[in-house]
Design a protein around this ligand. Structure first.
Ligand code: ADP
Length: 257
């Protein structure tokens, strides 16, 4: 017979294990819920442009549209096809980020140089939106995945341009301080109301759905950014004031850390 006192540690162990299993189940339920929501959102997001493409092609097929209408409908078809393409690219990107559990490939990179290439590429988009895009800083080195850094800077600048005002500015800055390499993207745009500032990093969450779609947004840009930040043990902060502007800061661990 085992004395009562000796049974107590076993009872405690069983209780601990029970609560750990309970927590794991809860986590699983939560991720399953997120997965289901994502699938539902993806279906909806894909359906909208596809419905438009089908509708406009039917109108052209009927053969009664004027030449001007036909041009207009073709433009709509192309616009929606481009939208689909962006969406599919972002979905693939996210699912890759989700599935890669193993270490990503990192190399020594100059963040300033990467930012410069991205800014050069985005100059046309900025011009189309009548926004001034500028880069300030010095070469700063970090260990990172090059493609992911390009994606991150491009997504942030793209938002800073699209949610700006005519004649506004986007300022990209790279610098190092203490044991950190820092990137900030600052805009003079419409801003993000406080109550939305956490949720904008969720998949398909938008403050203003129509503006996002009108400017070619997929609702996945910041979710991708958040993932990339996590993969680099970096920290992201968002500061924003409605109708004044938004600043996003990312702090990476420096190479000598
Ligand atoms: P989207 O493709 O819609 O831009 P994101 O995930 O990149 O998706 O951003 C989510 C939402 O956050 C956007 O729809 C927009 O409402 C808001 N947002 C993101 N960046 C900015 C910014 N720089 N200024 C104002 N609003 C922003």
């Amino acid at each position: 017979k085992i004395p009562y006192e000796e049974l107590i540690p076993f009872a405690t162990m069983i209780k601990d294990q029970h609560s750990s299993i309970h927590n794991q189940l809860k986590d699983l339920e939560h991720s399953e819920k997120i997965r289901q929501e994502f699938t539902a959102n993806v279906s909806h997001e894909l359906k909208t442009p596809l419905t438009a493409i089908t509708g406009y092609s039917e109108l052209i097929e009927e053969g009664i549209a004027t030449p001007e209408d036909t041009i207009r409908f073709s433009k709509e078809i192309r616009k929606n096809a481009t939208r689909l393409l962006h969406l599919i690219n972002d979905i693939i990107e996210l699912s890759e980020l989700d599935s890669v559990d193993e270490e990503i490939i990192k190399e020594e990179l100059d963040l300033y140089e990467i930012a410069k290439n991205c800014v050069d590429t985005l100059k046309i988009t900025a011009k189309n939106h009548e926004v001034e895009l500028k880069l300030i800083g010095n070469p700063v080195f970090l260990y990172a995945n090059k493609i992911m850094m390009e994606e991150l800077i491009t997504n942030l600048c793209d938002n800073a341009i699209r949610y700006n005002k005519k004649g506004g500015t986007v300022k990209v800055v790279t610098y190092s301080v203490d044991d950190k390499v820092v990137l900030t993207v600052e805009d003079t745009g419409i801003g993000i109301p406080k109550e939305h500032s956490v949720r904008v990093f969720e998949r398909f969450y938008r403050v203003d759905k129509s503006r996002s779609k009108q400017t070619g947004g997929t609702g996945l840009g910041l979710a991708i950014v958040k993932h990339i930040v996590a993969k680099h043990d970096a920290k992201i902060t968002l500061k924003s004031e409605v109708m004044v502007g938004t600043t996003i800061t990312i702090e990476f661990p420096s190479m000598n850390k």
